[in-house]
Design a protein around this ligand. Structure first.
Ligand code: NAD
Length: 350
């Protein structure tokens, strides 16, 4: 029996990780620890919340005392840490919020784990989920490898870089069993509609303009969220202590090409004349400090642990569109903020 605290489990990627672990490992106890910020939505986990090996704890990782007491009570064998402020645009407006959750919150978790595990790290693991944005920007060629020097540009990526360093420092200084993975951009179901793909799907559906930064030439490497969750599973169970893995699918798209493909899919799904959705594209002033290109070299993960992405992008994008069109209630609740009432209704007496 293993007990794993998964932080940020009510968010986009976290909910896919929680679902995967609850379903694949019925003999594990999965504790979803999440503060339910604007990005945390327990509706993402309706299908697992009655399972015996699942439990939700509402807690804020910025609160060191509370986190320590949760660890004391739960006595976890492992942590998979995804809780974070995750939106670059928000980090430009309010960098301190990103330091508080992403840096101090991570150190609070490390301290609670260190105290609970009493420096006996042979049986325990702290797995930190991070982003490729810590490496900074690439030119038109080349890839990020695990050896690429950190060079973050946004307050978001600077806070994630800092948290990665703290996790590694707890391995190097105290001998804690830690693992870090740095992943490219994710897409798929349950993605909060402030991010490019779900925002564009929602706007196309409602005949609203699709804002594209600058000339739309920034390049991102997109990975289906369930492939990321599977990579986390493989790395969690097989990585050697103190190691890092990059996760990506060699799937680079300029923003404008991606949106044009999405428009084509949306025209088909909504029975619109070809070209209708593309007319909604509107170029807006570029994001400050916008990194030109991110691209991951996932060879270490593929060669050492045998992980490969399972979906072609067009297939994954179509699946994602189908999910958003079939889950109008989820989208309406999220955009209206109603999902925050879900917690009150579901959990207030528990
Ligand atoms: P998200 O914003 O959808 O979810 C974040 C979750 O963390 C939410 O449920 C939120 O309630 C919770 N949270 C935020 N602050 C908290 C706090 N102080 N205490 C407890 N819980 C808190 O984010 P996501 O896109 O699912 O990203 C999850 C992780 O993966 C992040 O660490 C992010 O840096 C990393 N990541 C994301 C991507 C991506 O493309 N989305 C890519 C690579 C890595």
């Amino acid at each position: 029996m293993k007990k794993i605290i998964i932080t940020g489990g009510a968010g986009f990627i976290g909910s896919h990780v929680v679902r995967r672990f609850v379903n694949q490992y019925p003999d594990y106890q999965i504790v979803n620890l999440d503060a339910l910020t604007y990005a945390g939505n327990l509706e993402n986990l309706e299908d697992v919340e009655s399972k015996e090996n699942y439990k939700f704890i509402k807690a804020d990782i910025r609160d060191a005392e509370l986190i320590e007491s949760v660890f004391e009570t739960e006595q976890p064998d492992a942590v998979i840490h995804l809780a974070a402020e995750s939106h670059v645009d928000r980090s430009i407006k309010d960098p301190l919020a990103f330091v508080q959750t992403n840096v101090i919150g991570t150190v609070n978790l490390l301290n609670a784990a260190k105290k609970t595990w009493k420096s006996d790290y042979s049986k325990y693991r702290f797995y930190h989920v991070s982003t490729d944005e810590v490496y900074g920007a690439l030119g038109e060629t080349g890839f990020f490898t695990e050896e690429t020097a950190y060079n973050p540009h946004s307050p978001y990526s600077a806070s994630k870089a800092s948290s990665d360093h703290f996790v590694r420092a707890y391995h190097d200084t105290y001998g804690m069993d830690t693992v870090v993975s740095n992943c490219s951009n994710n897409y798929g179901a349950n993605h909060f509609p402030e991010k490019l793909i779900p925002l564009s799907i929602n706007n196309i559906k409602n005949n609203k303009s699709i804002p594209i930064y600058g000339k739309g030439l920034n390049v991102r490497d997109w990975l289906w969220v369930e492939d990321h969750a599977r990579a986390i599973d493989v790395i969690f169970h097989n990585a050697k202590t103190g190691t890092t893995y990059n996760i990506g699918g060699h799937n680079e798209w300029t923003n404008i090409d991606l949106i044009k493909l999405l428009c084509k899919i949306m025209d088909k799904k909504l029975d619109r004349e070809p070209g209708t959705s593309e007319k909604l594209i509107t170029y807006v002033e570029d994001r400050a400090g916008h990194d030109l290109r991110y691209a991951i070299d996932p060879n270490k993960l593929q060669n050492e642990l045998g992980w490969k992405p399972s979906l072609q992008f067009e297939e994954g994008l179509e699946k994602t569109v189908d999910w958003y069109l079939a889950n109008e209630k989820w989208l309406n609740n999220v955009t209206s903020g109603n999902y925050q009432q879900y917690y009150e209704l579901q959990y207030k007496d528990k």
